[in-house]
Design a protein around this ligand. Structure first.
Ligand SMILES: CC1=C(CCC(=O)O)c2cc3nc(cc4[nH]c(cc5[nH]c(cc1n2)c(C)c5CCC(=O)O)c(CCC(=O)O)c4C)C(CCC(=O)O)=C3C
Ligand SMILES: [Fe+2]
Length: 344
């Protein structure tokens, strides 16, 4: 099978104050996020002039990947499309069709399984192809990469760096919380669910092992939704209280659930979590995400070449290689069914 392009598929984020609310309305369309939560999140964006770094970080990563592909002799133009903000993936796919692209690989900017991290990107692919209609390029999504040696070693080196200058700091891995029901539905039903939280735990274990960190915790961040609906816990901020009560003097926080320093990292960790640590007089350092590491571009190029050559997946865990789908079809029957949530 030959491919004409690589589509970089991401979440999207606003690039000015007037874009924040329309962006948030796109994100939460039909998803039962309370209005108060939206107003609160809008404020986080407005702290940064209404600009999320995510689009800029994606453009920088794409430039690095274009270079890397060219250096490896892979001739694939890279296109950029988002789920929630411009460039919208529907528009990008229309442009790809106009450029004569018939078949493209898709790199989703999430390393994990589960509804929000994997299946929802399949839905984006389906929706974009439906919007383009007749002659829409065929889209093959690349696999999940949370256990890829390049992903793990980029985080491991950054974790070691973050520990420099902080004595006796506890390592705390964090990822985006999801509703407990969504985690329970993550993966093919025969696997028993919780593919998302199990993969996060596995990535944390692999990164800690490579960095030589013996003791660590895995916690969650950025929950939304009504308080009576259970999400994955504990929350990072509550966890800092607990560590302080245990006499832990400092923390190194590793956002293993994300690939770049977007808003949920620079606000929820660098602001909220850092502030709570300061209130407790605890030392605080945040581990860099892999986006800007040269290994990230290498990783993407390697995933492309792995797919083109049919080589076995290079990975550090025993988890099945998953997430590689065609035209947005689910990984397996019943995999990561979206769970409808009550709005209050
Ligand atoms: C698992 C996961 C990832 C990691 C995988 C991946 O990277 O894809 C992720 C990434 C991101 N989440 C992001 C932003 C938001 N996520 C929201 C809401 C939600 N996220 C959820 C889960 C995840 N989210 C869930 C279960 C919700 C509840 C509502 C719903 O099911 O949709 C909301 C709405 C307000 C709120 O509820 O906080 C916003 C604004 C941004 C962009 C940040 C920027 O702009 O820089 C990024 C990269
Ligand atoms: Fe999110």
């Amino acid at each position: 099978m030959s491919f004409d392009a690589l589509l970089w598929l991401s979440f999207g984020g606003p690039e000015g104050p007037g874009e924040v609310m329309p962006f948030l309305e796109n994100v939460t369309r039909g998803r039962g996020v309370p209005r108060e939560r939206l107003a609160e999140v809008a404020e986080h964006y407005q702290h940064f002039g209404g600009i999320s770094p995510i689009n800029r970080l994606n453009r920088e990563a794409i430039a690095a990947v274009e270079k890397e592909l060219a250096a490896q002799g892979v001739d694939l133009p890279v296109y950029f499309g988002n789920r929630n903000w411009h460039p919208m993936v529907e528009d990008t796919l229309a442009r790809m069709k106009a450029d004569g692209v018939r078949r493209a690989l898709v790199f989703p900017t999430s390393a994990y399984g589960g509804y929000s991290a994997c299946r929802q990107y399949d839905e984006d692919i389906e929706r974009a192809r439906a919007a383009v209609g007749e002659g829409a390029p065929e889209l093959t999504k690349l696999r999940q990469f949370f256990d890829h040696p390049l992903f793990v070693s980029a985080f491991a080196d950054a974790l070691r760096d973050a520990h420099k200058g902080l004595e006796n700091a506890r390592t705390v891995f964090t990822a985006h919380s999801v509703p407990d029901s969504a985690d329970l539905a993550a993966g093919p039903p025969e696997e028993g669910g919780r593919r998302y939280s199990k993969q996060i735990a596995e990535a944390a274990r692999l990164v800690a092992a490579e960095a030589g960190v013996a003791e660590y915790d895995v916690v969650w961040q950025s929950r939304s939704g009504p308080p009576q609906v259970p999400w994955l816990e504990p929350d990072i901020v509550d966890h800092l209280d607990a560590l302080h009560a245990q006499g832990v003097p400092a923390v190194v926080v590793c956002p293993v659930g994300f690939v770049s320093d977007h808003l949920e990292v620079i606000w929820d960790l660098d602001n909220e979590a850092a502030e709570r640590a300061a209130e407790h007089g605890m030392g605080f350092a945040r581990v860099a995400t892999p986006n800007a590491d040269p290994r990230f571009a290498e990783l993407v190029a390697e995933l492309v070449r792995e797919h083109l050559s049919g080589a076995p997946a290079r990975k550090l865990s025993d988890f099945p290689a998953a997430g590689c789908t065609v035209n947005g079809a689910p990984c397996a029957v019943g995999c990561c069914q979206p769970v409808r949530r009550p709005s209050r």
